[in-house]
Design a protein around this ligand. Structure first.
Ligand code: UD1
Length: 426
């Protein structure tokens, strides 16, 4: 497994643009199955999760090809509604394919994606939503088989504004007979991006970005060309890295409107920022102040996907902060690693109590999941001495060569691949 080696303690500085959003590109790639023909997507990030999604689309009979940051998906020859278990196991987001496959083929066979490092991650809301549209679901062992001779629009209330369930239901409902209304829908920007993409293909959807989404079923969709929004979590990660290294970084081609809650938290921590249309400048010249309490919740509240990264800032702040995680139960795995680097953090059930220290120290640490891994890289950039972050494949799921990203801003960071032992020719 690759590892990242970081010589910390250097302020980041410079200007950088942000790649397309993983969490927007994944459902959009799945939704491209809904229109027979060639869909062309721009600003698609080169990430492990995206490669897995393209692999699955190809297994289903599509021709999905990456060129630069552009992906073409030709789904005219798609002929399978069965996602093999080993592919489901590689990425939880394969569950997004349920809605589009059901809409296109009238049946879909997948496997339970199972738990993951950050928590149980159930799919009951996805399944109940599809059932409300007329699907009959048979579950045996880990296999889930879903069929519907016809999908019919329905009023669906989500008990929790799940991002994935909202997207799956939208994708199943676009070709259903009649109208579907989703209430208590998730409001994330990636859902608006999915709505815009589906509408570009001829769907009739309004309301994404609010808690009520209405989808009027249409007879068919046609392929289109579309540009994915910038990744707000990558932008947020860079902003926090600039602040903790006491650097000065300008991020271009981002959408500050998607980062309001982070900007608010950083301002409370005393970080200087200048924000305009699609540019954010972060200047972290002073030691951050503690932030009394941050609670992660669905958008537009503070995102769980930036919780671990902000914890690094709070670990170095002046004073005591509290971070409460309400979205995923297992999302404090980075805490033990940060403590190994000198942080003073204790976890009490769903809250972390962070007593700021003046300095972190380099150590060998392990990325346990995607965002926890990003947090450890940020901690390594700020720490005194050398940090080695192991299990980098988790980070590669959501950041395109994170070492290149930070090198461009003056960080001393490189990747080391494992040395394969030569077999003795004798
Ligand atoms: C998406 C994002 C992920 C982000 C998360 C929350 C993608 C590819 N991933 O994940 O990066 O961290 O939103 O912002 O977009 N739940 C249920 N039943 C369900 C579905 C969800 O109980 O059927 C629970 C989950 O266990 C979790 C919470 O709802 O506790 C949030 O999950 P959800 O919003 O569905 O997240 P994802 O779509 O999996």
């Amino acid at each position: 497994m690759d590892k990242l080696v970081i010589e910390g303690g250097r302020p980041l500085s410079g200007t950088i643009s942000i790649h397309g959003a993983k969490n927007a590109a994944l459902p959009i790639l799945a939704a491209s199955l809904l229109a027979e023909g060639k869909v062309r997507l721009h600003n698609v990030p080169r990430l492990l999760d995206i490669e897995v999604m393209l692999g699955i689309l190809n297994r289903l009979g599509c021709k999905a090809v990456f060129e630069g940051d552009c992906v073409t998906v030709d789904s005219s020859q798609a002929d399978s509604f069965h996602i093999p278990e080993e592919l489901m196991g590689q990425m939880r987001s394969s569950i997004f394919l349920m809605g589009p496959l059901l809409a296109r083929f009238g049946e879909v066979c997948v496997y339970q994606p199972g738990g993951c490092a950050i928590g149980e991650r159930k799919i009951d809301l996805h399944l109940r939503g599809l059932e409300a549209l007329g699907a009959v679901i048979e579950e045996s062992d880990r296999r889930i088989y879903c069929r519907a001779s016809k999908l019919v629009g329905a009023d669906i209330h989500l008990d929790y504004p799940s991002v994935g369930a909202t997207e799956n239901i939208m994708m199943a409902a676009v070709l259903a007979e009649g109208a579907t209304t989703i209430t208590n829908a998730a409001r994330e920007p990636e859902i608006q991006d999915l709505q815009n993409f589906l509408n570009e293909m001829g769907a009739s959807i309004i309301g994404a970005g609010t808690d009520t989404i209405t989808i009027k079923g249409v007879a068919q969709l046609s392929p289109c060309e579309y540009r994915v929004i910038p990744d707000r979590i990558v932008a947020g990660t860079v902003m926090i890295a600039a602040a903790v290294t006491r650097g000065n970084v300008t991020i271009t081609e981002c959408n500050p409107g998607h980062l309001v809650s982070l900007i608010h938290v950083l301002r409370r921590a005393g970080i200087q920022m200048q924000v305009s249309n699609d540019i954010i400048n972060v200047s972290g010249l002073i030691r951050p102040k503690a932030v009394e309490r941050i609670v992660t919740s669905p958008y537009p509240a503070f995102p769980t996907d930036l919780q671990s990264q902000v914890m690094v800032l709070l670990a170095l702040a002046n004073g005591v902060s509290i971070m409460k995680e309400t979205v995923f139960e297992g999302r404090f795995k980075h805490v033990d690693e940060l403590v190994r680097m000198g942080a003073d953090i204790t976890v009490d059930l769903h809250s972390a109590i962070i007593r700021g220290v003046p300095r972190l120290y380099g150590a060998t640490v392990e990325a346990t999941d995607l965002r926890a891994g990003a947090a450890l890289v940020i901690a390594g950039l700020a720490a005194k001495g050398k940090t080695v972050v192991e299990q980098v494949h988790h980070i590669d799921r959501g950041y395109d060569q994170i070492e290149v990203l930070f090198s461009q801003l003056g960080a001393v960071i490189h990747r080391e691949a494992p040395v394969l032992r030569q077999l003795d020719p004798a």
